[in-house]
Write a protein that binds this ligand. Sequence first.
Ligand code: GDP
Length: 365
Amino acid sequence: SLTAGIVGLPNVGKSTLFNAITQAGAEAANYPFATIDPNVGIVEVPDNRLNKLTELVKPKKTIPTAFEFTDIAGIVKGASKGEGLGNQFLSHIRQVDAICQVVRCFQDDNITHVSGKIDPIDDIEIINLELILADLETVNKRLQRVEKMARQKDKEAVAEQNILLKLKEGLESDQPARALEFTEDQWKVVKGLHLLTSKPTLYVANVSEEEVADPDANKNVQKVKEYAANENAEVIVVCAKIEEEIAELEQDEKEEFLDDLGISESGLDKLIKASYSLLGLATYFTAGEPEVRAWTFRKGIKAPQAAGIIHTDFEKGFIRAETVSYDDLMEAQGMAKARENGTVRLEGKEYIVQDGDVIHFRFNV
Ligand code: GDP
């Protein structure tokens, strides 16, 4: 399954946030195939539609879908030069599918900052520079190989050479690969290079307890937002310390606590949702009496593949997907009425599953 890596300089609140993630943790019994790795935290994906479906169907059991975060420790200046921990850090980043970079925006004189002052843009640039330098090395190595083939007028090689040169130019002027413009075909080539700076990225601005209700009053948050806008990245504001407290609460206590703070949604919930959609993930549902359940799929897949997420036999023996959209089902307040309304479709092998589909798969065993 896909995972988002949490990175950041020391003392920005990474461990605090990761603690919140593991404490909020998904009920392990529901996800027996999940990785058992102390650096991986599995959270349930908050989805109000699942609650509504539960009220409607009144099943014996409700199972949310889950999402993984990976804690990536140990960024150091000079990582790209392959110094000890540095190499390890980069190889861990290579393995994640998206990056959540925690940026310290809170002031606390008791907690030292590695650079001696709170400057979120400086912090972001320290990390991004290491990633950019590592990518430059990848690009330069590849260029050397492709240049030979390009000289022999190999068409594909020439096309790749152009892409690599553009990447080189961008990276050399401190731009991450994800901020550069390429055509769809060119992107396929870029993706094949597995560059660190081509991974979808979001910034997690960590603010103090006092600022969480009105984060835009924090000038550092403003700066991070401006910076992120320039590279089409998103910013999520959290107070890691508060998230750690919230993670210990029961659902109703949690709502009360958030109310008192003057916020409608916990930072962690926002982060989970943002990471999920950053990775191009969406949710479909199965809704029977024994169990109402949410399933994660990658946008763009077809019905048989979506069935395969539940069980490989569902994919092999796929016949049809009886499908109704969440909205249509809610409007009808039940399958029988939805059928009457003509909103229940029998979809075949070519159907591209949509976010919010409620599906009953029919298959041969
Ligand atoms: P890491 O090195 O990035 O993993 O940082 P930690 O999570 O260990 O946090 C460093 C210190 O900052 C700890 O003493 C935390 O309690 C504190 N800290 C983290 N988040 C916040 C926050 O949102 N507000 C305040 N005031 N302190 C925080």
